[in-house]
Structures are given as C-alpha cells and as structure tokens.
Unconditional design. Structure first.
Ligand code: PMP
Length: 353
C-alpha cells in the first residue's frame, strides 16, 4: 500500500469520483453528453489587471446577476460553478453526524460532495411520475441540514411543482436549508423560485452560466438566498473564487446584449429539442421519451447498449443512465445545434435494433 493510500481519509479511500462527461469519455466529434450549449461566443479580455488578485465577489458581476435573477445584490454569491455552491452549502451547514437529503434519480454531485465532507446522504427516491415523495421525506427528516432538489431535474428533465417546493420549505422550516438547483432554469423560467428568497429564510437557489449561457468552460455559478445564508457561505468560500477572466467574460454574458444572445440561442436549442423529441417518438426501438423542461432528453430502449456503441462508433457521445435507480434502459441526449442533430438523427434512424 502506498503512503498516500495509508494516509488517505477512510471515506475517500472507497469514494468513486463523479464520472463527469469529460473525465469518463474521450474522443468523439459530437459531444451530446454533458448538457453543454453548442454555441461558442466571442469575448474581450483585458489582461492589464492580471497581476492583481481579483475582487472577492466582483461587484459588477454580482450586480448583473442580481438584476438578471430579480434579487438584491446581498442575496447573491458567485462561485466556481454551481458545483462549488453545492460543496459550500454542505460545508457551511452540516456537522459531522448530520445529513443531506436528496431525491434520486438526480444530479450525482450532491452525494459525492457530502461524502467528501464526511456527511451522510439520506436518499428519498422520487415517485414514479418524478414528483417528490413528501411523506417519505417527512419521515426521514431528522438530522437533515440541507435538502437538494433539482428542477428541472438532471437527468430526467422533469420539474418539481411550486406547490411541492413550498411544502418542503415548510417541512424543513427552522431545521434545514432547502437548496433548489436551477442549473437548467433558463429553459423553463416559469418554474423558478428565485423570487421567493426574501420570503423564505431557509431557501437557497443554485444557478450557473454553464448551460443556457454557453459558458461551461469558465466555471461560474451563483447561489441566491437571503443575506444571512450568503454571509455564512462567504465565510467558507476560498479567498479569490472568481478569476479576473471569469469575471470579465461573465459580465459580458450578463450584459443586455449577452442576455439577448442567450435568449436567441435558447430558441435554436428549443427548435432542435422539438425535432429530436419528435424523431425519437417515431423510432420503433424506443418505448418511452420523457418530456423535458431542459436542454436534454431522456428516453428508454431495450437496445441501449447497442445504440450507445453505434453512436460512439460514429463519434457521437451521449450518456448512459441505465444503471441508476428508476432509470433502467435510459439514455440521455443533450441538445446540440442543427448539424449535430442532423448527424445524431441520421445514425439513430439507420440503427437496426
Ligand atoms: N447542477 C446540475 C443539476 C448540473 O447538471 C450541473 C452540471 N452538470 C451542475 C449543477 C454544475 O454546474 P456547474 O458547471 O455550474 O458547476
């Protein structure tokens, strides 16, 4: 056993790291496996500031995002992607013998972040229709300090109703932070609960520039919450979380022009999404296509392995979720641009199950 192995914390020894798309698969020419945007936009960079540390929370960035999200500036904290926000929430609010609660199938990083901090994860599976099982959540609520709910949910694309989110906020009032992960909310803005942050002292909403804003490469996310939650999180975040280039690019993306461009790109993505959904519904080897409020589509086929491999042979990467709870035979496709959709559908239509 190496010295490093001997010294590694017990819970890290057995940890299976998150299999991100870029870590678990390489190659391919069409990447439809990480829910990224297919659009690459141009940005200006001013390098004259790079000898200086950046602002702890760049004021223009915070102001722009607060305005975009319809909250006050003291209700926002920026982090290295929403992934860092997940970790910050756990490290800020959970003691060692306490737990987070998640509702699988859902985004994998909540449980992994908890594990790396030695925090338990209580899993309360969604109902068959992907709504929350409120009774089961109430039964298991003891010791829970942060509840993670993803809406629209990755990987299913389903949405949790406002009524259910209110019920969870009430259920955990005075006990736990309810963290609503809105990484995909720009694709169905009517589902957002960001405007509730002044009203609920236990609500935190996570956002990102990685999806609709087409900036997965800069690693910039936000948490929206009442100012006391933001102040607590800002004690835990490292000293300079947002580099100058990130701040500069993010501010351009959040300008009026940047937001208008994002919205027009949303239109293109929605068009391709409708095309993919329609085409999948017509393919005889697919027996279910899940409705999606996001920029990806999940579907079920008895032939998932053969299809997945055929797509890889053609350089097209999608994501296999079939080993997860409630997701047997399920594959997920991120929506790309028109040319990528053409290539995807031509392989899928030619596929002989
Ligand atoms: N939440 C969900 C639901 C996600 O799908 C992702 C990205 N895969 C994240 C958070 C993390 O986003 P970011 O790139 O901002 O770290």
């Amino acid at each position: 056993m190496s010295l490093a192995e001997q010294l590694t914390r017990q819970n890290i020894k057995g940890l299976v790291p998150y299999a991100s798309a870029r870590r678990s698969m390489s190659g391919g020419r069409i990447w439809l496996n990480a829910n990224e945007s297919p659009f690459a936009n141009d940005y200006q960079l001013d390098s004259s500031v790079l000898n200086r540390y950046p602002d702890f929370q760049p004021p223009e960035l915070i102001k722009s995002y607060a305005q975009f999200a319809g909250v006050q500036t003291n209700q926002v904290i920026a982090s290295r992607g929403a992934d860092e926000a997940i970790e910050l929430l756990i490290r800020t609010f959970c003691e060692n013998d306490e737990s987070i609660m998640i509702c699988p199938p859902t985004y994998g990083m909540y449980a992994i972040s908890a594990e790396t901090s030695n925090i338990n994860t209580k899993k309360v599976p969604l109902n068959a229709d992907f709504s929350l099982n409120l009774d089961a959540m109430a039964q298991q609520k003891s010791g829970v300090k942060v509840v993670f709910i993803c809406t629209p949910n990755n990987p299913t694309g389903s949405v949790i109703s406002h009524e259910q989110i209110k019920a969870v906020l009430d259920m955990f009032e005075g006990q736990a932070i309810v963290a609503i992960d809105e990484a995909y909310i720009e694709f169905s803005p009517e589902n957002s609960v960001a405007s509730w942050v002044s009203q609920y002292p236990n609500l935190a909403v996570m956002r990102t520039l990685s999806k609709a804003f087409a900036l997965a490469g800069i690693r910039c996310g936000f948490t929206l919450a009442n100012q006391h939650i933001i102040e607590a999180m800002s004690k835990v975040i490292p000293p300079y979380p947002i580099s100058w280039p990130v701040a500069q690019i993010a501010c351009q993306a959040l300008s009026a022009d940047g937001i208008a461009r994002m919205q027009s790109q949303l239109g293109c993505i929605n068009e391709q999404k409708a095309r993919i959904a329609q085409a999948l519904t017509e393919l005889p080897y697919i027996y279910e296509v899940l409705p999606s409020a996001s920029n990806f589509i999940m579907f079920r086929t008895e032939h998932k392995k053969a299809l997945f491999d055929t797509l890889i042979e053609q350089g097209i990467l999608i994501r296999d979720y079939s080993s997860q709870v409630m997701l047997d035979n399920s594959l997920r496709i991120s929506v790309g641009n028109k040319e990528e959709t053409d290539a995807l559908l031509s392989v899928m239509k030619a596929f002989n199950a």
